[in-house]
Each structure stands twice: as structure tokens, then as C-alpha cells.
Design a protein around this ligand. Structure first.
Ligand code: AMP
Length: 216
């Protein structure tokens, strides 16, 4: 089963994708994570992407579609994939159809996380993760039980994404509304869009996604 998780920045796509990985053995393909890894490694893709990411603008379509195709080839035919943060433009949606068809794959579902945009800015600007294990935290909603110590692994180094500041978040939201939201009708016309309320607790959202996908 191949699915897209669609929703604005901070809608919880990454959190829900990693839950689907843990609970259902699916594989999360996050173009944002791949680009951040490329920036960190200083590759050619990373060098091209960095300034755009820091500004909250989109990286060129052919760059992200190229890395998605490569990742699918690495994974092989057996994996069930969650596309997280891709496609983000009409051109990427067209490219994804081609990438999948060339590998005898097809999209089964598009899960749209419906969220309140004003609440998202607060969600994003306060979030941080453990620098060691990646456990997610939030200034207001989820502080570590013991100050400055990760609940999951005991490490005491935390990090914040450089693009999680208010100004960049507003640009990312604008990009979403202008370029990503307009691709929904492509999938609605195919009858594969499932709308899920993304404003509940993480567990409620997970349960709603599982039932939308008919997963046990
Ligand atoms: P994300 O982690 O999904 O919020 O992505 C972080 C940043 O990476 C975005 O603001 C874009 O600059 C870039 N990015 C990630 N995925 C894509 C994509 N599919 N198309 C273009 N840019 C992307």
C-alpha cells in the first residue's frame, strides 16, 4: 500500500508517518528529512536546497522528484510507502504518478490532515527534538519530565529546526496554500482522498488514520 500524507507544515505528518512505520511496518519517505540530511552532509543537493529551506520556500521539483525515485529504487517492490511532504506541487504530483507507474506501483490513498492554521504556528514555533534519538517535544505542550533530559534516551542535547521560526513558518504556510492545496482535486477526482481531523490528540489522529486506511 502506498499513501500520501497531505497537510500544512505542523499538521503532524511526520509524527503520524513514524507511528505508521512503528505499528504497521510501512516506510516513511520524507523529502524534508532527506533534504536536511543532504544539507548536513554538504552534498550538491544540500547546497542547492539550503537557502530555499531556510527561507521556507520550495526546492525545485526535479530535485525532490529525483531523490524520491532513487529512494524507491533502494527500497524495492515489497515496501509500503508513506509519502510525507511530497508531492507539494502539481508538477510533483505528475512526476509521482510517473515514478510509481514506472515501478509498477500506484497510490492507494491520500490522507488529508485537516487542521486550524493559527494553532499550527504555535505548534511549530515551540517544537524541538532530542539531538540523540529524535524524540519530539514542545515548549508548551510536552516538556521533558526532567528538565533538559530526554525522556526516551536520557540525552541532554536538544535541537530546533532553523526553519521553525514564525516568519519562515508563515512563508511555508503560504507556499502550502498556493502550491500544495491545489493538488488535492487531482486525487479527489480519483476518489482516493480520506479527510482526517488533525487537531485531536496524537492517539486520536492515529486511530482516525488507521480506520481511514482500514488498518487493524
Ligand atoms: P518539511 O520537513 O516537509 O517541512 O520540509 C522542510 C523544507 O524542505 C520545506 O520548507 C522546503 O523548503 C523543503 N521541501 C521538503 N519537501 C519538499 C518538496 N516536496 N518540494 C519542495 N521543497 C520541499
Amino acid at each position: 500500500m502506498d499513501i500520501i500524507l497531505l497537510g500544512p507544515p505542523g499538521a503532524g505528518k511526520g509524527t503520524q508517518a513514524s507511528r505508521l512505520e512503528d505499528e504497521h511496518g510501512m516506510v516513511q519517505l520524507s523529502t524534508g528529512d532527506m533534504l536536511r540530511a543532504a544539507v548536513k552532509a554538504g552534498t550538491e543537493v544540500g547546497l542547492k536546497a539550503k537557502a530555499l529551506m531556510d527561507a521556507g520556500e520550495l526546492v525545485p521539483d526535479e530535485v525532490v522528484s529525483g531523490i524520491i525515485g532513487d529512494k524507491l529504487d533502494d527500497l524495492g517492490a515489497g515496501a509500503s510507502v508513506i509519502f510525507d511532504g511530497y508531492p507539494r506541487t502539481a508538477a510533483q504530483a505528475v512526476a509521482l504518478d510517473e515514478i510509481l507507474a514506472n515501478r509498477d506501483r500506484a497510490l492507494d490513498h491520500v490522507v488529508e490532515l485537516e487542521v486550524d492554521e493559527d494553532a499550527l504556528v504555535e505548534r511549530i514555533v515551540g517544537r524541538f527534538t532530542c539531538g540523540n534519538c529524535g524524540e519530539g517535544y514542545h515548549d508548551t505542550f510536552k516538556q521533558p519530565a526532567k528538565a533538559d533530559v530526554c525522556d526516551a534516551c536520557g540525552a541532554s542535547q536538544f535541537k530546533r529546526r532553523p526553519d521553525d521560526n514564525e516568519e519562515t513558518v508563515r512563508t511555508r504556510m503560504k507556499e502550502y496554500r498556493a502550491k500544495t492545496e491545489p493538488i488535492l482535486p487531482i486525487y479527489e477526482a480519483r476518489g482516493i482522498v480520506k479527510k482526517v481531523d488533525g487537531m485531536g490528540s496524537m492517539d486520536d489522529v492515529s486511530n482516525a488514520i488507521e480506520s481511514a486506511l482500514s488498518l487493524d
